[in-house]
Write a protein that binds this ligand. Structure first.
Ligand SMILES: Nc1ncnc2c1ncn2[C@@H]1O[C@H](COP(=O)(O)OP(=O)(O)OP(=O)(O)O)[C@@H](O)[C@H]1O
Length: 230
């Protein structure tokens, strides 16, 4: 059995997904690299400097350049979760009832990250199973979209991002979602990530569009529509 010296930053990422860390612990003794710390009682520093030369690690331990598709997609899903977090704050201020859905989506995005960060070509079968993406998250999105759509007026014009802070922030999240989807596409196409991850992101942008419209409607805020400039 081989052992892996693991950096605290990666350990923190893995700890956010306990299923993965348990699997690693079962198969591979993890040795936390404490060479940067001056004493056991001190918290590990957030930086290890091992990424300074433009390379970083996947969850399977591969070193890849930071411009690799995997880190690009990880960065985009991280950014997507951050903007959803901001939109959620605006929605909470307005008392919207759907913020629990945004919480769930942020958790699913962690699973998306785990799947992307565990490239199939260097993952063991057990890792593949543990980081398998569950399609239930896609079904949930479809149910939520259908429920909101039933309440919304029909769409007869191009809607421009608008309709109050909650709605506009959700539109911004939608555009970041589409970038995340574009960056995941080549990873899925090469067989390195689960196709359901791409499907989830594709459905998520539709959800964010619909919930943005729903937020504007509930706040009685006008949505700007496209008009051909005179
Ligand atoms: N710029 C980046 N964008 C997206 N994901 C990244 C980026 N850099 C690293 N990662 C991923 O996130 C994990 C944690 O990031 P971290 O910044 O700690 O990595 P690092 O730059 O390699 O290390 P350090 O910051 O300690 O020098 C990495 O193990 C890697 O999987």
């Amino acid at each position: 059995m081989t052992s892996v010296i693991i950096k605290p930053a990666l350990l923190r990422c893995l700890l956010r997904t306990p299923r993965i860390i348990n699997e690693y612990r079962k198969h591979t003794p993890l040795i936390l690299d404490r060479s940067y710390a001056t004493g056991e009682e001190r918290s590990p520093k957030i930086y290890t400097k091992t990424g300074d030369k433009g390379f970083s690690s996947t969850f399977t331990g591969e070193r890849r350049p930071k411009e690799d598709h995997i880190f690009e997609a990880l960065g985009n899903t991280d950014e997507l979760s951050s903007i959803i977090g901001l939109a959620r704050e605006f929605c909470l201020d307005k008392g919207h009832m759907f913020t629990g859905q945004l919480d769930k989506i942020q958790c699913v995005l962690q699973d998306v990250g785990s799947n992307i960060a565990t490239p199939r070509s260097s993952a063991r079968e057990s890792h593949r199973q543990r980081t398998k993406f569950t399609p239930q998250a896609i079904t949930d999105l479809e149910t939520w979209i259908d429920n909101f759509t039933e309440e919304l007026p029909p769409l007869n014009n191009f809607i421009l991002p608008s309709g109050g802070k909650s709605s506009a922030a959700l539109h911004l999240a939608r555009t970041v979602c589409r970038r995340a989807e574009r960056s995941v596409a080549p990873i899925v196409r090469s067989g390195e990530a689960d196709p359901d991850v791409a499907k989830f992101l594709n459905r998520l942008s539709d959800y964010l569009f619909t919930v943005a419209r729903y937020a504007a409607m509930k706040e009685a805020k006008e949505e700007k529509i496209y008009r051909r400039p005179e």
